[in-house]
Design a protein around this ligand. Structure first.
Ligand code: NAD
Ligand code: WQD
Length: 343
């Protein structure tokens, strides 16, 4: 059997990817320390797929425990590494937690992959490595310059990409695909898994759905004085199931030895830039649910506009985002309604 080890597999993107891996016929094992998710997600995965996934509650920085995981599953052929801390603001307040967690977990993983002869890794990177691309680099492709990180979180992504490149340079057996996600949104159409932000959501879509559900009083739109058509920031919002499917394609690409280089990089976006106000108005239109909002000042650290040129992922990786933003926002709303019924 071919087993994929999914670190961070009870998390938002990881859980959706586990579903797609199972649909594709892979065996999976999940490692997660439940620092930003909970085990209920396993039930959701089982209800969708009819399969119970082996789950190891382990911290990826714990080398002894992770070594035991690799020993327990000798059929691991690839690792997808989602496990990380990802809150930009928190990383500014507590950088050492981010450097220890995000860089420590990758180093531990790469050491154990070598010791257990697991040659393939897919790494969760982020468009945040591009910072604010200049006008002649929008839409942004993989040749756009990597800019100085705007947060310790973003810096951990840049450093981790370099660690993977340097390790691959020293070990011809290691193959890696770096996937630079733009803005993942939405939930599985079954509404059995979705985004479960801890506390007050930092990201736009969960804040919108919680406001629509009456959990939050109103949405603050962080600025409408940017140099964009309606003044609000522009992003490339990608459906989380589309994103999950890209990971299956990436794993198969490495297993079938189709990769043209030891380390490949792909931007995972739709190629469509949407402003905050456009996204908000689309949500209201498709759900019929009002979302009270107010325009407030800019959020520190926000970049004005970024969206992907997904050409390379479409033609070389052989993957394309297909979900409409309307269906994606509806899936987010249905997930929010499911959460309300669960209470
Ligand atoms: P998430 O927080 O929902 O999932 C991450 C999971 O990793 C959580 O379940 C958490 O409990 C687990 N985890 C964290 N540290 C761990 C450790 N040391 N050992 C074991 N488990 C650990 O986040 P997500 O949105 O699913 O993001 C997954 C990955 O994608 C992250 O690496 C993130 O940086 C990256 N990413 C996310 C976005 C986004 O907007 N969501 C965008 C770009 C990149
Ligand atoms: C999107 C837009 C906000 C909330 C972040 C991380 C990035 C990646 C994805 C991990 C922005 C506006 C938001 C709100 C708002 N995460 N907004 N009111 O900032 O593009 O990216 O998540 O890798 O690293 O930086 O996503 O959803 O926070 O914001 O107006 O309550 O929505 O200003 O323009 P962002 P976001």
């Amino acid at each position: 059997m071919k087993r994929v080890l999914v670190t961070g597999g009870t998390g938002y993107i990881g859980s959706h990817t586990v579903v797609e891996l199972l649909h594709a016929g892979f065996e999976v094992a999940i490692v997660d320390n439940l620092s930003n998710s909970n085990q209920d997600v396993l039930q959701g995965i089982a209800e969708i797929t009819g399969q119970t996934v082996p789950f190891e509650q382990v911290d990826c920085t714990d080398k002894e425990a992770m070594d035991a995981v690799f020993g327990k599953y000798p059929d691991i052929v690839a690792v997808i590494h989602f496990a990380a801390s990802k809150a930009v603001g928190e990383s500014v307040a507590n950088p050492l937690l981010y450097y220890r967690n995000n860089i420590g977990s990758l180093i531990t993983l790469l050491e154990l992959m070598r010791e257990h002869k697991v040659p393939n890794i897919v790494f969760s990177s982020s468009c945040t490595v591009y910072g604010q691309p200049d006008a002649n680099h929008l839409p942004v492709d993989e040749t756009a310059p990597i800019q100085p990180a705007l947060s310790p979180y973003g810096n951990t992504k840049q450093i981790n990409e370099e660690i993977i490149r340097d390790t691959a340079h020293s070990d011809a057996n290691l193959h890696a695909i770096l996937l630079r996600y733009f803005n993942p949104i939405g939930a599985h159409p079954s509404a059995k898994i979705g985004e479960l932000p801890n506390g007050v959501p930092q990201n736009l879509v969960p804040f919108i759905t919680q406001t629509a559900a009456g959990i939050r009083k109103e949405l603050s739109v962080f600025g409408n004085d940017y140099n964009t058509p309606d003044g609000s920031c522009i992003r490339d919002y990608i459906n989380v199931v589309d994103l999950a499917k890209a990971h299956v394609v990436a794993v198969n690409r490495m297993l079938e030895k189709k990769a043209s280089e030891q380390v490949e990089v792909f931007n995972l976006g739709t190629g469509r830039g949407l402003s905050v106000l456009e996204l908000l108005n689309t949500f209201i239109r498709v759900t019929g649910v009002d979302v009270p909002y107010k325009i407030v000042g800019r959020r520190e650290g926000d970049i004005e506009q970024v969206w992907a040129n997904p050409q390379r992922a479409n033609t070389v990786l052989g993957w394309k985002a297909t979900a409409t933003v309307e269906d994606t926002l509806l899936s987010a709303w249905h997930w929010q309604e499911h959460l309300a019924h669960k209470k």
